[in-house]
Design a protein. Structure first.
Length: 203
């Protein structure tokens, strides 16, 4: 075979190999670009969350209370969620009421005391009960309450729920004892001002 023909074929083969390699490289680059995620669009969901002014975070931890700031905020949020459903003024945290509630919880006495303030008490066997769990037990009474007539179903309790949503109440403070003596291991107390549960509709 003439040397000129062999040289031409070798050159043609080299060109084809180079072209094929370039195509493979280009395809790989396009694949990489296709897998690169797009930048997430800006939205209102990235707006920073602010702490309600009514929470302890704005006033500092209350003296005499063992509740953490997170627990205070949680207790307020659960109370005010149901109040907002009836367009009621949100409750504000009161350090005096919180200290009173903590003092009573520390005594591990499951009974109401003589006080001018409203009072809800929860006792349970699980010392790890959260604010949500304990307050939800009070809120569960709302199915028995008829606000239009201001009455509770026969044989049922409604006083804990109605105190939470009482229209004239504006302040609340709570305390917890997670090492209670006797049958119950946790005792949770909340005091309210002004007291609710007078006659008539709660809201």
């Amino acid at each position: 075979m003439p040397s000129q023909i062999r040289s031409f074929r070798s050159f043609r083969t080299a060109v084809m190999v180079f072209a094929l390699a370039s195509i493979i490289s280009l395809c790989g680059t396009m694949s990489t670009l296709a897998q690169k995620p797009k930048s997430a669009p800006k939205s209102a969901a990235t707006k920073p969350v602010t702490t309600p002014k009514s929470s302890a975070a704005a006033t500092g931890k209350c003296p005499g209370s063992i509740l953490t700031t997170d627990e205070v905020n949680q207790a307020l949020a659960v109370h005010n969620f149901d109040r907002s459903a009836h367009n009621l003024v949100p409750l504000k945290w009161d350090c005096k009421l919180a200290a009173m509630a903590q003092d009573w919880a520390n005594r591990s006495v499951y009974e109401h005391r003589d006080t001018p303030y409203g009072e809800n008490i929860f006792v349970g066997a699980d010392p790890n009960s959260t604010m949500n769990m304990m307050i939800d037990m009070w809120l569960a009474e709302k199915v028995f309450w008829t606000n239009k007539t201001g009455s509770c179903a026969a044989g049922k309790a409604c006083g804990h729920y109605t105190q939470i949503v009482w229209k004239s109440t504006v302040r609340v403070g709570c305390g917890v004892n997670r090492n209670a003596s006797g049958k119950w291991k946790v005792m949770f107390v909340c005091n309210y001002d002004p007291a609710g549960n007078a006659s008539g509709p709660a809201f």
